[in-house]
Design a protein around this ligand. Structure first.
Ligand code: ATP
Ligand code: MG
Length: 474
């Protein structure tokens, strides 16, 4: 299924540092922001996105609104079996960490999604059709610091250093982080503890712009493994993951006041964000090039699938209210990201148990088809027998009729034979009477009559014996 990256913009309220500055951007509707330059140029431009959020005086309510309009949607996609990804992008201090992690008084999208996930898990009950659903949850947490991928849940060694991992490519060209630890979690507290544990280790430092500036990109991954078991024991498995990303912010060294280690971190962050920008603008092209430079940075290499592959992806572009250059640059970048297409599909598998079940059903179907064709053959034989029986009945009727006629004919023949004998007697006596009389010239006539009578008599005799033969009469 072809999907576009969904883009939301979040405008934060002016901070204490910005109190004396004039805001240059405002959210004018649920999906439009207006940016105006305050210098003599007076440029102004509307930007349109899937969602635009402004800030109120109630950070908790703002966080809830953002989660309800966006976060829950991606949790539901993941429960449907889609890989999903939400990443917060923007200049330093624009509100990315606030959006993704938030504070205890106003939790961000990640803790809210975890809470919602376990609430959904606890509600899973057998359906009306008797289907039961098992949901297993695992999580992992990594950061990309100075281009190194580090496992935030693996703990630190004696020198307080975090173990680093390599990004590898699978045969199907998707990438994964080798050796990254995944933890099975059973309760919302367990998953939030791991999130907290990772956040404590993640590198953050105070800069001129942000007291708690993220110096690394952080990727919190929740892996879902769902099994739908039917009453017949068929198992449909769905595997998906949710990647929740709090990027480090782009920064101008002059504005952030970074020096030494901070400056080095800042330039690495900028380099990987430029590489992310290049990948996004190439993916957004109508005729996108065959070779996308994912390998240019650890960030794009890790996010290869989320940016241009099997994922429903959402970008939350965080903007500051008073920095025209940085804010419009983020808005232009976010506009390009809207055109990036991904190819999300449901990751569902029939487990072997179900395959076996299918094989069994196929075999049963074949057996049934064979029995059916045998039955058809038997039916043909039965039809034939029926025809033969009908013909037989008809012939028996006919023989019966013929027999009756033959008996009738036999009776007639017996009658004729008696009459013939009487006639022969009469002819004999006539022949005796006319001998030596004046009627002697009638003798030839009598003789002819006697001959005819004999011929007729022998015919009657042969018919009688024929009748005897065919009817079994005596
Ligand atoms: N929408 C918001 N409502 C209230 N406070 C906010 C909001 N967005 C940001 N803030 C506050 O602004 C400060 C900077 O925000 P945050 O640390 O989230 O920025 P960031 O984009 O993560 O910056 P960096 O790239 O340096 O890590 C924080 O004190 C945060 O609480
Ligand atoms: Mg941050």
């Amino acid at each position: 299924m072809v999907d576009s990256i969904k883009v939301a913009v979040r405008l934060r309220a002016p901070s204490k540092r910005e109190e004396d500055l004039s805001p240059i951007v405002q959210v004018v509707s649920g999906n439009t922001v207006l940016a105006k330059s305050v210098d003599q140029r007076g440029f102004s431009r509307n930007f349109h996105f899937d969602h635009c959020f402004s800030s109120s005086n109630d950070p908790e309510e703002d966080q809830e609104k953002l989660y309800d309009s966006l976060g829950r949607e991606y949790l539901l996609h993941a429960l449907d079996g889609y890989n999903t990804c939400i990443f917060a992008y923007g200049q330093t201090g624009s509100g990315k960490s606030h959006t993704m992690n938030g504070q205890p008084s106003a939790p961000g999208l990640i803790p809210r999604l975890c809470k919602d996930l376990f609430e959904v898990r606890d509600l899973l009950a057998p359906t009306k059709d008797g289907i039961t659903v098992e949901l297993n949850v695992k999580c992992s947490y990594l950061e990309i610091y100075n281009e190194q991928v580090r496992d935030l849940l693996a703990g630190q060694d004696a020198n307080n250093s975090i173990s680093s991992c390599r990004v590898r490519e699978r045969l199907d060209r998707t990438t994964f982080v080798e050796g990254l630890q995944e933890f099975t979690v059973h309760t919302v507290d367990e998953i939030l503890d791991l999130l907290e544990q990772g956040n404590e280790i993640r590198v953050t430092e105070a800069t001129h712009v942000n007291d708690r500036s993220s110096r690394s990109h952080a990727i919190f991954t929740i892996a879902l493994d769902q099994k739908e078991i039917s009453p017949l024991g068929q198992v449909l498995e769905r595997k998906s993951h949710i990647k929740l990303i709090d990027l480090a912010g782009s920064e101008r060294a002059s504005a952030s006041g970074s020096k030494g280690e901070r400056f080095k971190e800042g330039s690495k962050i900028n380099k990987s964000l430029s590489s992310l920008g290049r990948v996004i603008s190439m993916l957004a092209k109508k005729n996108k090039p065959k070779l996308i430079p994912y390998r240019d940075s650890a960030l794009t290499w890790v996010l290869k699938e989320s940016l241009g592959g099997n994922s429903k992806t959402c970008m939350i572009a965080c903007i500051s209210p008073c920095d025209y250059e940085e804010t419009t640059s983020t808005l232009r970048y976010a506009t390009i990201a809207k055109s990036v297409k991904t190819a999300a599909h449901v990751n569902s598998y029939e487990t072997s148990e179900q395959k076996e079940q299918m094989e069994l059903m196929k075999r049963q179907l074949n057996d049934l088809q064979e029995t059916l064709s045998e039955l058809k053959d038997q039916k043909a034989i039965q039809d034939q027998m029926e025809k033969i029986k009908l013909t037989n009945d008809f012939l028996e009727q006919r023989i019966k009729r013929e027999r009756e006629q033959t008996v009738e004919y036999y009776d007639q023949l017996v009658q004729a034979s008696t009459e013939r004998d009487q006639l022969t007697q009469v002819l004999l006596s006539i022949a005796g009477s006319i001998q030596n009389s004046d009627l002697s010239d009638l003798a030839p006539v009598i003789e002819r009559l006697q001959t005819d009578s004999r011929i007729l008599g022998s015919k009657i005799d042969s018919d009688l014996s024929f009748c005897n033969k065919i009817s079994g009469l005596t």
